[in-house]
Structure formats: C-alpha cells, structure tokens
Write a protein that binds this ligand. Structure first.
Ligand SMILES: NC(=O)c1ccc[n+]([C@@H]2O[C@H](COP(=O)([O-])OP(=O)(O)OC[C@H]3O[C@@H](n4cnc5c(N)ncnc54)[C@H](OP(=O)(O)O)[C@@H]3O)[C@@H](O)[C@H]2O)c1
Length: 249
C-alpha cells in the first residue's frame, strides 16, 4: 500500500483509541474521525455527512469502527465518501456469530457487512468476539441490583489491544475480503466470568445465572459467538481484570 493516510471512524471509542495509537506507531498518517472537535481529531458526522468529504480527501485506507444510532446509514455515508475520494481499501470491524444470532444489533451488522461486500470497494472484514471491557460492562451496569445476573452461556472475550493489532495488520495489507474470525484465549460461562470479575473487584453479591426463552438466547447457548480453532488473542479475562484498566463499578 503506497498511500499511508488512514482515516479511522470511531477513533474515540473503546476499539478506536488503541487502533489509532497502533496505526500511528506502525507509521500510518492517521486521521481520527469524531463528531467532536479537539486536538488530534478530524471532525465529521457519519449521519449528517458533515465534514466527511474533507476528512476523506487524500485518504488511502479507511478503518471503519464507528457505531451509533444508525449503523447502516453511517456505512452508506462512509462508502459514498470513500468512493468519491478514491479510497483504495476499507477495513470493517464486525462481530462473530451475527449470521446465526438474531439480535437486532447483529442484524444491522449483517446489513453493514453486506453493503461493504457488495459495494465494489476493495475491502477487508474482520469479525471479533466480545471485548473484555464489554463483558465487564455487562456486570458493572448492574450496580444497583442486589445480585449479579450472568447469562448462562459461554463467551470468548478478547482484549481490545489485540483486536487493534489485527486491524493494523489488515490495514497495512492488501484487501482480503472476509478474513478469519478472531476470539480470545479462553471460553468461560457467564457465571464464571462474573465470579472472576467480582473476585477481582471485591464485589460480594451473589451471582445468578440467567436463562431466557427465544432464538437469540438459544443462538448464544449453541455457541455461535465462539471461534473454532486456535485462539488469536493471548490476554485472558483474568489478566485484563488485573491489568489496571478499570471501569467504574
Ligand atoms: N464491544 C464489543 O465487544 C465488540 C465486539 C466486536 C466488535 N465490535 C464492534 O467494534 C466497533 C467499535 O465498538 P466500540 O465498543 O469501540 O464503540 P464505542 O466505544 O461505542 O465508540 C463508538 C464510536 O463511534 C463514533 N460515532 C458514533 N456515531 C457517530 C457518528 N454519527 N459520526 C461519527 N462517529 C460516530 C463515536 O465517536 P464520537 O462520539 O467521538 O463522535 C465513537 O468513537 C463497533 O462497530 C462494534 O460493533 C464491538
């Protein structure tokens, strides 16, 4: 790839921050897109389209990570602006299991993948499992409950720095279409993850396994959110919990 100017959408998000930092460290000239203004940011809104043409001008690669109110419309804006600007490669993050688990958010991710793969734009699509911080947030969000409710299915969470690392590799390589899914090093049930989190954070509330009727829950029970084969990630959930990155309780 000759043009090393890389636009990151969602650059201020959980995944965007480490991706932007690692792209810069790898020698990319990074434009970090945000609706906000601030040092190091390029201002643009994927829903109104404001600022997008200028942000995209001269860009070789787009790493599309943003997520918000209307991800399908946002993806359309990214593709339209990228096409006009002559972007050579669009790298998209997506989620493992979206074809089989009928969650509303996943339906949108599928539509975005479809838009990208049918756009004619040279692209790479990477699906990852849930981030460690996302799993922790499931538990911290329950701070007002007397118990910790944990879904009775397995997850294979991955460290966001490792997802960022893979995105940097892909952004520096030729467009590859859909590449192999990535997941973290361990598969643990919801109650096991809740117990590890509670232990690390000094939480003493009882852990209650949650089972729900319906196709979404049975999709998770069937393990479609897991990645077969050797794990990509090496950072375990336990390691993440002791790494010093803390979410509010
Ligand atoms: N969370 C997980 O476990 C997980 C797992 C696999 C894949 N993913 C995927 O990874 C991606 C990143 O997730 P994340 O958790 O890092 O997201 P996040 O922390 O919620 O960040 C969302 C980002 O989107 C940007 N954004 C939202 N609406 C926008 C708009 N209208 N115009 C421009 N930017 C907009 C925000 O930027 P500003 O607020 O600065 O404008 C922010 O940087 C998502 O596509 C998600 O589906 C997530």
């Amino acid at each position: 790839m000759t043009n090393r100017t890389t636009l990151v959408t969602g650059a201020t998000g959980t995944l965007g921050v480490p991706t932007t930092a690692q792209l810069r460290a790898a020698g990319h000239d990074v434009r970090a897109l945000s609706r906000r203004t601030g040092p190091g940011l390029v201002t643009g809104d994927l829903l109104s389209g404001e600022g997008l043409a200028a942000a995209m001008d001269g860009v070789g690669t787009v790493v599309h990570l943003a997520t918000g109110k209307d991800d399908v419309r946002a993806a359309r804006s990214v593709l339209d602006a990228a096409r006009l600007a002559g972007v050579e490669h669009l790298v998209l993050i997506s989620i493992v299991g979206i074809d089989e688990i009928p969650l509303g958010y996943y339906e949108k991710k599928r539509a975005v993948e479809r838009l990208v793969s049918e756009s004619g734009m040279p692209h790479t699509i990477l699906r990852a499992t849930q981030f460690h911080s996302f799993v922790e947030r499931l538990f911290t969000a329950q701070r007002r409950l007397p118990v910790v409710v944990a879904p009775a299915f397995y997850l294979q969470p991955i460290d966001v720095e490792e997802v960022a690392g893979r995105l940097v590799e892909l952004a520096g390589a030729a467009p590859a279409g859909r590449v192999a899914d990535i997941g973290g090093p361990g598969r643990h049930s919801g109650p096991e993850l809740a117990a590890a989190w509670a232990g690390a954070r000094g939480i003493r509330r009882p852990i209650v396994p949650l089972r729900l009727p319906g196709k979404t829950f049975s999709g998770y029970r069937a393990g479609h959110q897991l990645v077969d084969g050797p794990a990509y990630g090496t950072v375990t959930f336990e390691k993440y919990l002791t790494s010093g990155d803390r979410l509010p309780r």
